[in-house]
Design a protein around this ligand. Structure first.
Ligand SMILES: Nc1ncnc2c1ncn2[C@@H]1O[C@H](COP(=O)(O)OP(=O)(O)O)[C@@H](O)[C@H]1O
Ligand code: SF4
Ligand SMILES: [Mg+2]
Length: 318
């Protein structure tokens, strides 16, 4: 297993936005971490990338086993050897990830030089190859360009190139296509899928869009208010959602023939971490709520068909 997260909890002082997460990711596989805004997806990504201290958070409990090493126990100096080199990170907004004053080629090359010890010449060659693999036409000319000369989709490909330039084993992409229009989103998601298969990477794809998960993911972890609702292989999850929150997310995927404006979303909102409710955190939005759901936290239980489920009154298996 490339990545095994076990009982991960994240704290900011007394507030615990993320509790008890466990999931696994193999090489050549994509896991979708999905949930509405405020579910704890970005914090989970930051924990795996070792970036929580930057925002004042910390790993309070649990293990993040990466190729057998527990990243949760490594000091910052040890983590730096992983980030960029073995773990690549793609952020949501390409504008903040790119330096507007530096040519594209230099920005990718510096990563290859730093993490792979390549010479200037070798790094340039590696960058051209990488951009070409990312289906960027005229890679040589693009290397000489500045970020503002490129479209949003092209800029995001460059950010992906920077994340890949250290030849990582694990790629973490946090809402990598949210800022892009729908057609470009689909292209980038498709491209990420191809890269994972070709290079045998593991990809942790973070999104609030269940439609994106359906397109490319092998495994899915559904997060609600900082806890896992359910995890499973993607085909099984979409065919037989058992957690009411999973079913509600699937219902929100726009379907062909749907009238424009008929998208409803799920009524209500994710609570903020400082005011999580008792019992099941979804209870005030759940159509299947029982009395005990208000007071008893549903434990995350392994299921015979693989994956895990946390619900007192799940939907039927068929
Ligand atoms: N820097 C922070 N300090 C305290 N709480 C935070 C911080 N960042 C996020 N949170 C809390 O953690 C919850 C999850 O945040 P986040 O991981 O950004 O969610 P998502 O990426 O799923 O939208 C939010 O509801 C917020 O209340
Ligand atoms: S535990 Fe209860 S409230 Fe929570 S999702 Fe299941 S049925 Fe709904
Ligand atoms: Mg986020």
């Amino acid at each position: 297993m490339l990545l095994s997260v076990r009982d991960l909890s994240i704290r900011f002082g007394p507030v615990e936005p993320v509790s008890g997460l466990s999931f696994d990711l193999d090489r050549g596989q994509i896991i979708g971490l999905v949930g509405e805004s405020g579910s704890g997806k970005s914090l989970t990504a930051m924990a795996v990338a070792g970036l929580l201290p930057l925002v004042g958070g910390r790993i309070a409990e649990g293990r993040i086993l990466f190729d057998g090493t527990d990243l949760a126990r490594l000091p910052e100096a040890g983590l730096r050897a992983y980030r960029g080199r073995r773990i690549g990170v793609v952020t949501q907004n390409p504008m903040t990830a790119l330096d507007p004053a530096q040519r594209i080629g230099e920005q990718v090359e510096v990563v290859a030089r730093l993490h792979r010890g390549l010479s200037r010449q070798e790094a340039h060659q590696a960058t051209i190859e990488l951009l070409t693999a990312l289906r960027i036409p005229e890679a040589g000319a693009i290397c000489d360009a500045y970020p503002h000369q490129l479209s949003g989709g092209m800029k995001q490909r460059i950010v992906i190139a920077m994340a890949l330039a250290g030849e990582p084993d694990l790629l973490i992409a946090d809402e990598p296509t949210t800022a892009l229009d729908v057609t470009v989103q689909a292209q980038i998601i498709h491209l990420l899928g191809q890269l994972v298969r070709e290079r045998g990477l593991g990809l942790m794809l973070i999104t609030h869009d269940m439609g994106v998960v359906a397109q490319v993911c092998d495994q899915v972890a559904v997060l609600y208010a900082g806890r896992l609702a359910e995890t499973r292989d993607a085909p099984g999850l979409f065919a037989h959602p058992r957690h009411p929150y999973t079913a509600a997310l699937i219902d929100c995927i726009p379907r062909e023939g749907m009238a424009p404006g008929s998208l409803t979303g799920i009524p209500g909102a994710v609570p903020s971490a400082a005011s999580y409710s008792t019992g099941c955190r979804f209870h005030d939005r759940c159509p299947r709520m029982l009395d005990r759901c208000r007071t008893e936290v549903p434990p995350l239980v392994a299921r015979p068909e693989g994956g895990s489920l946390a619900c007192h009154n799940p939907m039927g298996p068929t």
